[in-house]
Design a binder for this molecule. Structure first.
Ligand SMILES: C[S@@+](CC[C@H](N)C(=O)[O-])C[C@H]1O[C@@H](n2cnc3c(N)ncnc32)[C@H](O)[C@@H]1O
Length: 354
């Protein structure tokens, strides 16, 4: 079986953005395929010749994709008889190299979620047979590719693989986090997930530590501030809305009831985070200014995307931010991701590099 497509998983409703993005990257890399997708299926297929697809997955860094949560190289759809799905999968392994891990996933759509039990129940028996056949290493080995099986429904699946050093480490691209009971809002998970995605674990102690100064723009009722307080930072929370009482009792938070676009820090902060429900271009400009004015070393922020042309809007925001930062002659790391806990919004991260 030849590998004829790259499958890109995304949030339901964001198929058009995911398709536009892979097309753009592919065109830049000299790969001229096309996308196939259906509204609300929560995944996109990019079709081209196998050699071109392999080159594309090597040339494009997965971290540069904003809307794709996960990707893998795949063959065509295979049919699965309900009485023996394992054998049907094993018979269609041609083109898949020996792998070090197996993941069985489904799209993050309502239909897809109904397949969750099937995915779990087949993983053990399938992995056992694959190991016997030496198609899967005896022990988990993340230096080898990761085998991906994606169920489309009870009778059809896609089989393929991905390189673990250029894909999302969470199998279906989703980081499942428990909502903390005492946090003021569920939004708190957006900042927690952003840290997991943007900050390598080995850097947490040097980049997210006790005593740091932080500013939270658009802080109320306090979900993001709660994360900063939990990490023992001193926080200036900016919002005209009320902050949740318990948080203020921590003694680590000062609440300024002012406009987040007018606030400037009296002393440089390490972190500035921003979840202001405002126009994305306005927020993007302000975020870049915070870095350009050297008011903070790092920022994590949300760009809200309630409009129809979301992809175009994101491009405009990134262009403007690059312009402002280049003018200030600063070196930065800048990246964006549509995180699992983001809805009609994406999360950005900028870090000054000295
Ligand atoms: C999505 S909520 C923030 C939720 C918060 N991150 C949390 O985790 O609880 C958006 C907030 O942005 C605030 N906001 C919108 N425009 C603002 C502005 N110009 N200045 C300050 N706050 C603003 C709103 O008052 C609202 O509280």
């Amino acid at each position: 079986m030849s590998m004829t497509q790259i499958i890109l998983l995304c949030r339901q409703g964001f198929e058009a953005e995911t398709a536009a993005e892979i097309q753009e990257h592919a065109a830049k890399a000299g790969c001229f395929g096309y996308c196939k997708t259906k509204n609300d299926q929560a995944w996109v297929s990019y079709v081209a010749e196998e050699e071109q697809l392999k080159k594309l997955m090597g040339d494009v860094s997965f971290r540069d994709l904003i809307f794709a949560r996960q990707w893998f190289l795949s063959g065509d759809v295979i049919e699965l008889p309900s009485f023996d799905r394992v054998s049907a999968i094993i018979e269609n392994m041609e083109g898949v190299p020996q792998c070090g891990e197996l993941e069985v996933v489904h799209g993050d759509s309502n239909e897809g979620k109904e397949l969750s039990r099937l995915c779990k129940s087949i993983t053990g028996p399938l992995a056992g047979t694959l190991r016997k056949n030496n198609q899967l290493s005896a022990k988990r080995n993340n230096k080898l590719p990761r085998m991906m099986v994606m169920f489309l429904n009870g009778e059809q699946a896609l089989i393929g693989y991905q390189y673990t050093d250029n894909s999302c480490k969470w199998p279906d691209g989703i980081l499942h986090l428990k909502s903390p009971k005492d946090a003021p809002s569920r939004s708190t998970l957006k900042l927690e997930e952003a840290w997991h995605w943007f900050i390598p674990k080995k850097d947490w102690d040097s980049r997210i530590y006790a005593g740091m100064r932080a500013v939270d723009l658009g802080a109320a009722p306090g979900g993001w501030t709660w994360q900063l307080v939990k990490r023992h930072m001193m926080v200036e929370a900016i919002d005209n809305g009320p902050m949740k009482g318990d948080l203020m009792e921590s003694g680590q938070v000062v609440h300024h009831e002012v406009d987040g676009f007018k606030f400037s820090p009296s002393k440089k902060a390490h972190w500035m985070v921003c979840d202001m429900a405002e126009s994305p271009i306005k927020v993007a400009e302000r975020m870049a200014q915070w870095i350009a004015f050297d008011w903070c070393s790092e920022t994590i922020f949300n760009l809200k995307l309630p409009m129809k042309k979301r992809y175009v809007e994101v491009q405009k925001c990134i262009e403007l931010m690059n312009e402002i930062i280049e003018k200030a002659d600063m070196r930065v790391e800048m990246s964006f991701k549509h995180l699992y806990h983001d809805r009609e919004e994406i999360t950005g991260h900028i870090r000054r590099i000295y």
